[in-house]
Design a protein around this ligand. Structure first.
Ligand code: HMG
Ligand code: MG
Length: 287
């Protein structure tokens, strides 16, 4: 069974020059709720000084129409973020760290070790509140500051997130540069120690490698993928990164592989059109 995590309202909008009005974000999330995706990462409870585009996460969560069966999640970097996420009744949260020390410092002002220290109370309190937690490993292939990342650096970070209690680890190609061989090498190391059912792939599409990388991951047994409507996205602290694989491209890629992601293509078109109109620009063609 395929699981698509739509990250456009978070990964997409965090990197847009224009901050959309809360009501437009809500309309986009509501439109995405109709598409058949399993989960929508609706916003991030991060410091507004760091990501002003998502400062209204609380208001967004209060105004969306929650469709039964769809999970509405959010990024949480620390306990302050958890407090806000609990108050907003996020269904799930995601903590995020990286395989590259420099990226982590630029992104969350903490090294890898320190990020785990921050997660410990977050994990304990999320467990007490019965909120499932996802974990991200960013820069699993390339770092915008350090260059290539050794596949061996990904393993301890992913393993430690799982030991802390995350239900799934999303492996991030933050700057969209990984090749199929690089994806194979990382998965070759991860899959013997982590079941495919606990892994997701998060491909940005800067060099248009994402569709091939989805194919390779799928062939190796991965069934959960992150994507962003219209390919919106990037990370403000990874300057060379462009958006995630467009959800439209992900769906087409999976269907070519004979998988049924269970997505309503008309609803997906409506969400894409809404995103383009809201941002006032045409979105790149998708295949
Ligand atoms: P810091 O400046 O070291 O934090 O940032 P601090 O604890 O010193 O706090 C500074 C101020 O922020 C304080 O306010 C805090 O209250 C406030 P002040 O006293 O100055 O008025 N603050 C908060 N406010 C609201 N919510 C919070 C929060 N935390 C502190 N949760 C921090 C450390 C982690 C907070 C900051 O670096 C941060 O928010 N970073 C997030 C950056 C980010 O969102 N990056 C993009 C997401 S990651 C990504 O895109 C990659 C991914 O897609 C996967 C991939 O592609 O690889 C997931
Ligand atoms: Mg990302």
């Amino acid at each position: 069974m395929i699981r698509i995590v739509e990250v456009g309202p978070r990964d997409g909008l965090q990197n847009e020059f224009t901050t959309l009005p809360t009501s437009t974000k809500v309309a986009l999330i509501d439109a995405l709720s109709e598409t058949g995706v399993a989960e929508i990462e609706a916003s991030a409870f991060v410091a507004p000084k760091w990501v002003p585009q998502l400062a209204d996460a609380t208001e967004v969560f209060a105004a969306i129409s929650r469709r039964p069966g769809v999970i509405y999640s959010a990024l949480v970097p620390n306990e302050e973020g958890l407090d806000r996420a609990l108050e907003a009744r996020a269904d799930r949260i995601a903590v995020f760290t990286a395989a590259s020390e420099t990226f982590n410092r630029k992104n969350i002002n903490a090294g890898i070790e320190e990020s785990f220290e921050r997660f410990e109370p977050v994990m304990k309190r999320a467990a007490a509140a019965k909120i499932p937690v996802r974990g991200y490993v960013s820069t699993a292939f390339w770092c915008p500051y350090q260059g290539p990342v050794a596949p061996e650096a990904v393993v301890p970070v992913a393993r430690r997130l799982l030991e802390m209690g995350v239900y799934e680890v999303s492996i991030g190609d933050t700057i969209g540069k990984a090749t199929t061989d690089e994806v194979r090498r990382v998965l070759d190391l991860l899959l013997p120690i982590i079941p495919a059912s606990k892994l997701a792939m998060h491909f940005h599409d800067t060099y248009r490698h994402a569709s091939d990388n989805v194919r390779v991951s799928y062939e190796m047994g991965i069934r959960a993928f992150d994507s962003s409507i219209g390919g919106l996205g990037g990370c403000p602290y990874a300057p060379s990164a462009s958006g995630n694989i467009p959800t439209e491209t992900l769906v087409a890629t999976l269907m070519k592989l004979g998988a049924d992601p269970g997505i309503d293509s008309n609803a997906l078109d409506r969400a894409r059109n809404l995103a383009a109109k809201a941002l006032g620009r045409s979105l790149p063609p998708t295949a």
